[in-house]
Design a protein around this ligand. Structure first.
Ligand SMILES: [Zn+2]
Length: 366
């Protein structure tokens, strides 16, 4: 069965999160308190607990079209998946009742489209589709200077940021030419730009403070030249050279890849910067924000001439295009998600409080 899921929380992995210490063996270990896994639930398990009993099946497999980290929300149009039901003994399933059951059980955590039957080869089709993605990132601006090495590599000088000036090489992916989808940029984030154009001379705020011997706070940075630079980056794109991230370099070959990153919009959330980007498949987004000690360049930090780190990340769209189905239409959500989400979370639209211990211990699965 094919569907799409949305994930609204930051402590839910896509698939069963086996304990890395005991690999999920029966009885577990100390690290997982005997459970064999690090989270109670996953998207896969929420679905399985409702789907399998209704189909009278004992086993199911979850195949996602890619995956997001446990602490990354999956919003927008959701992520395609195939849930494979092995040896179902009942095929007379009430679709509505099944969806209701999933949504009751996963309320506030996940949402799924209707599920449609697909042939087995659909799993490979979904997995082989290399999609551009749109992300919204909450970025923390750090005081001080960029780590040594990252600035020199990025050829960043004031005035060098004309559109596309940092782009190198050719575009491998023709999909990119289509530009931004209509739903890619929310409308509610422009007023700050007008304030700037009206002559709010932000440039001087942090410079004056430094002259006074005070260190600018994060909020001051965002009032000042950093914000102006951020606004100037909207609509630009870069070919980013990314070495295998430092965090996984111990278990993966150190390779280089080039990925296209485009800044679609910038905004502010309290003292933090919000950046909406479109990335080619396989872009290391968190590393593009931080620069990963010079391993990812040009990074957002280089472009802003200010050290930056990724506080939180949401996937807003997976652009595909996924191949069509032979029969019928691939399932999709009928409603559009608004931002902030229409929940009681509006006081903290990024639900930063809920970034769990688990995600800090194991920031990357898979
Ligand atoms: Zn364990």
């Amino acid at each position: 069965m094919e569907g799409r899921y949305r994930k609204f929380v930051r402590d839910l992995p896509q698939t069963i999160f086996y304990c890395p210490s005991c690999k999920g063996r029966k009885g577990g270990c100390e690290r997982c308190d005997g459970y064999g896994k690090l989270t109670k639930d996953s998207v896969q398990e929420i679905l399985a607990r409702k789907i399998l009993p209704m189909y009278k099946a004992r086993r199911g497999k979850f195949h996602g079209a890619g995956r997001e980290d446990v602490d990354v929300r999956m919003l927008g149009g959701g992520r395609p998946f195939v849930f494979e039901i092995l040896k179902p003994r009942n095929l007379e399933v009430d679709e509505e009742a099944l969806l209701d059951a999933i949504h009751d059980y996963g309320a506030g955590r996940i949402q799924v489209t209707k599920l449609v039957p697909v042939p087995r080869r659909r799993v490979a089709e979904l997995k082989e589709t290399h999609s551009d993605k749109i992300y919204r990132v909450l970025v923390s601006l750090e005081k001080g200077s960029l780590e040594k090495g990252s600035l020199e590599k990025g050829s960043l000088e004031k005035g060098s940021l004309e559109k596309g000036s940092l782009e190198r090489g050719s575009q491998e992916n023709g999909v990119m030419e289509n530009g931004v989808p209509e739903n890619g940029v929310p409308e509610n984030r422009v007023p700050e730009a007008e304030a700037l154009e009206e002559g709010l001379s932000a440039e001087t705020v942090s410079e004056e403070m430094r002259a006074d011997g005070r260190e600018p706070s994060q909020g001051d940075l965002l009032e000042g030249e950093v914000w102006e630079r951020a606004r100037a980056l909207v609509g630009q794109h870069w070919e980013v050279l990314q070495r295998t991230p430092h965090r996984v370099a111990h278990r993966r070959a150190d390779k280089e890849r080039r990925r296209r990153v485009e800044i679609l919009d910038v905004g502010r959330c309290d003292e933090y910067l919000e950046v909406e980007i479109r990335c080619q498949h396989g872009t290391y987004v968190k590393e593009w924000i931080s620069g990963d000690r010079g391993r990812s360049s040009p990074s957002l930090g280089e472009l802003l001439a200010c050290p930056t780190t990724c506080l939180a990340l949401d996937v807003l769209d997976i652009l595909g295009p996924f191949p069509e189905l032979d029969r019928g239409e691939a399932p999709s959500f009928e409603d559009e998600l608004s931002w902030p989400l229409p929940t009681d979370l509006s006081a903290d639209p990024w639900i930063l409080d809920s970034i769990s211990e688990i995600s800090r211990r194991a920031p990357e699965q898979g």
